[in-house]
Design a protein around this ligand. Sequence first.
Ligand code: ZN
Length: 348
Amino acid sequence: MSGKNVSSDFDKFAGNTELKKNVATIIRRGEAAHAYIIEGGQGSGKTMFAHLFAAALICEGKGDGALPCGVCTPCRKVERGVHPDVITVDRGDRATLGIDTIREVRADAFILPSESERKIYIIEDAHLMTKDAQNAFLQVLEEPPSYAVFLLTCTEPLRLLPTVRSRAPTLRLRPLTADEIEEFLLLKEGAKARRLRDSDREGWDELIVASGGMPGVALTLLSGGLKERRRERTLAVKLLCGLISGSSEALVSINPGAGNILRREDAKQLVKDMADALRDMLAVKRSKAAPLCFFAKRDTAQKAAMPYTVADIVRAADAIDELYLSLERNAYVTGALAAAGAKMRQGR
Ligand SMILES: [Zn+2]
C-alpha cells in the first residue's frame, strides 16, 4: 500500500467526518460545482478547509490514495500558499469587501490558469461583500469560465444575496465534540496540550468547553488566551447571579470588571456567556444527564443554579435574550444591564 499522508489529506481537518467524505467523493468524481459557500462559526477552520478543498481540486496524486495527497507539487504549493492558481481574496483592513476588488477578481477569472487545470478563488468573509460587490460577483457566477472555482468562506450566510446563495451549495462546518477538540489539540499541539492537561486538569476541561467546539478558538486559548477567558467566564456567572438576586454585594463585586464590559463587543461576549450559563443551569435543574455547554463541571453548574427556581432561570434567560438584542441596537451598556436585572427580578 502506498503511504497515505494523513497529515495532509482531509483527515488533517478535525471532525466533520461526513462532510469531508462527501467533498472528497464529489471531487474524485469530477463533479465539483463552480462555487461553494463554506459556512462556520469564528474559529471553525473555514479557511483551512477551503485550502484543503483547493488542493484536492488540483492534486496530481494518483489512484485511491489520500485526497489531497499532500505530496505532489500542486498540493505542496497550496500548503505553502504559493500556488499561482489558488488565489485568496480578502478585504485587507477594510470593513467590507468592495466592488473594486470583486471587479478585479472577475477580470482575473477570465485569464487562463497558469499551472493547473483549474483556477480557484478563496473569498474570505464573503458575507462582508457589499451589495454592489455581490451583484458584480453574480455576473461571473452566472457564467463562470469552465476552469474557475469560487470558495466563499462565510460566518453569516444570510447576508449573501439569495441569488448568490442559490448558485453556490453550502458546506456547513459543525462545531467539534469535546472529544474531537481534545484529540485535535493533542495532535496539533502535542507537548503544550499535554502539559496543560497534566498540570491543570480543571483549566484543560475549561478550555475544551470554552472553545465551543471551534478548533481555532481552542488553539488561541491554548496559546495564552485561557487565563483571560476564565476571568471573563467567572465574571459572567458572578454578574448573572448578581442581576437575578439583585444583591448589591454581588453587583459591587463585579465592579472591577465593569470598565471592560462597557465596551460593546466585550459586553456582547459577556451576555453570550450569561446565556450559555443559564442554559446549563436550566439543564441541570431538569435532567441529570443533559450535556452542558458552558460549565466544565456538572457540580459547578448545580451550585450556580441552586438558589434559583426554574421560573427564575427561564425569566432570566428571556431578559438576557432581550439584553442581547438591545446591545445589537446600540443601547447604552450599563443602562441595558440594569434594565435586564429589573426584568429578571420581576415577580421574585
Ligand atoms: Zn496532491
